[in-house]
Design a protein around this ligand. Structure first.
Ligand code: HEM
Length: 366
């Protein structure tokens, strides 16, 4: 039975190995009351712990005939399924409504407008978010549904994404493929040293963020029909890797280190300078790394009958600037841009984990 600890120094769902399924939901508060917000955070924290242990959040079949069930029931008997629930606070949570401005970390502000995006307001921002990941999609869905339900008079859903397959790899995990057919997550953060250096916040101006991380969520639409009509050599050049093995164009095996300096007989770099990996690799970005933890998603077809699908890109970093630097570069010159559009975007501060039962996220604010 796969199960991840809920009470821990860091929230689960970041450094824990990516599970197969995701339900991500962004929420807005509808209440103006700080006390009600406090109540939501306390209720959610306790319910998150219960569900990650594979338990319902209350009775499914109350004894009293007129009573409404507390838990909706669809995850009964399924066990934890490696469920992780990760909570984030958006910049807007710290506006004037709840008097929390003094608790806002300096680094938590809306992402700047960047090249290569055409954002749909329906997929932007949010006061709170829940990232639910599990090995069973129904268990992930049940968790988000029940959190939303128990706070229905205080929060409303702003947007949501269902991820149906992981598109990243943790330590000792095989590398899955994104919807372009390429292995995704080959060079990712996996070691404790890299997590410490690039992912976990230290010495924040807000102590509640120490041990936490910043979550960037980008809903990236793929122009699948265009991609599917592209010839293989160009597909290789777009990523700087080959398709079946996922090896860099300068190597043979997936995990061979790319050689960005190697040139071909034409004198040009073998891994094109405008390829996705050449632009994103830490070697070419002053050592910048991010932890990628994205999922493939589909919303069926769009209004003109094209496949509506892509990558729900999720990354964790100790400073949002890590993402901003990389995406500014990618947005301006990535060869991949011909085949993708960033349509959704949000930044959340993910507080550190809870040490024990009875403690709740945001407790420091009240
Ligand atoms: C690497 C796909 C968006 C950052 C890769 C790789 C693929 C890929 C196939 C190579 C395998 C690997 O090392 O994981 C995609 C697709 C995207 C996308 C399909 C959009 C739909 C982004 C964005 C960022 C990003 C928005 C950050 C702003 C990276 C980084 C690497 C990488 C840092 C590792 C580069 C290296 O060290 O070699 N991506 N990616 N990707 N991607 Fe993306």
């Amino acid at each position: 039975e796969r199960r991840y600890a809920f009470y821990d120094a860091h929230q689960a769902g970041i450094a824990t190995p990516p599970q197969d399924h995701l339900v991500f939901m962004s929420f807005d508060l509808t209440t103006q009351s700080a006390t009600e917000l406090q109540l939501v955070l306390a209720k959610w924290s306790a319910a998150m712990a219960q569900m990650c242990a594979g338990e319902p959040v209350g009775n499914v079949e109350p004894a009293r005939e007129q009573a409404v069930p507390v838990d909706t029931g669809e995850a009964m008997g399924m066990g934890p399924q490696g469920l992780t629930l990760t909570l984030g606070f958006g910049p807007s949570l710290f506006d004037q409504r709840f008097g929390l401005a003094k608790f806002k970390p300096k680094l938590l502000k809306d992402l700047p407008a960047m090249a290569g995006e055409s954002l749909d307001p329906a997929y932007v921002g949010g006061d709170l978010c829940i990232q639910a990941c599990a090995y069973d999609p129904q268990v992930a869905y049940h968790a988000v549904r029940n959190l939303a339900r128990m706070a229905r008079t205080q929060v409303k859903t702003r947007w949501t994404v269902l991820g149906f397959g992981r598109a990243s790899a943790g330590a000792n995990q095989s590398t899955p493929r994104n919807l372009m057919g390429f292995k995704d997550g080959t060079r990712n953060i996996t070691t404790p040293e890299d997590l410490q250096e690039h992912v976990w916040v230290e010495d924040s101006d807000q102590s509640w963020m120490d041990g936490g991380s910043y979550l960037v969520a980008r809903k990236i639409h793929m122009l699948i029909e265009t991609w599917d009509a592209d010839y293989i050599a160009d597909q290789h050049a777009v990523f700087g890797r080959n398709k079946t093995e996922g090896a860099p164009l300068t190597g043979k095996q997936e995990h061979d280190t790319p050689d960005f300096k190697a040139t071909g007989t034409d004198g040009k770099p073998v891994i094109p300078a405008d390829s996705h990996i050449a632009l994103a690799a830490h070697e070419n970005n002053g050592g910048t790394k991010i932890l990628r933890r994205g999922y493939n998603f589909t919303d069926g077809i769009d209004s003109v009958g094209r496949l509506d699908a892509g990558l729900f890109f999720l990354s964790f970093q100790k400073d949002p600037q890590q993402f901003i630097s990389l995406q500014s570069k990618l947005g301006a010159s990535d060869r991949l841009n011909e085949y993708i559009r960033h349509v959704g975007s949000a930044l959340f501060a993910v507080p550190r984990g809870l040490p024990e039962a009875g403690k709740y996220f945001g407790q420091e604010f009240f």
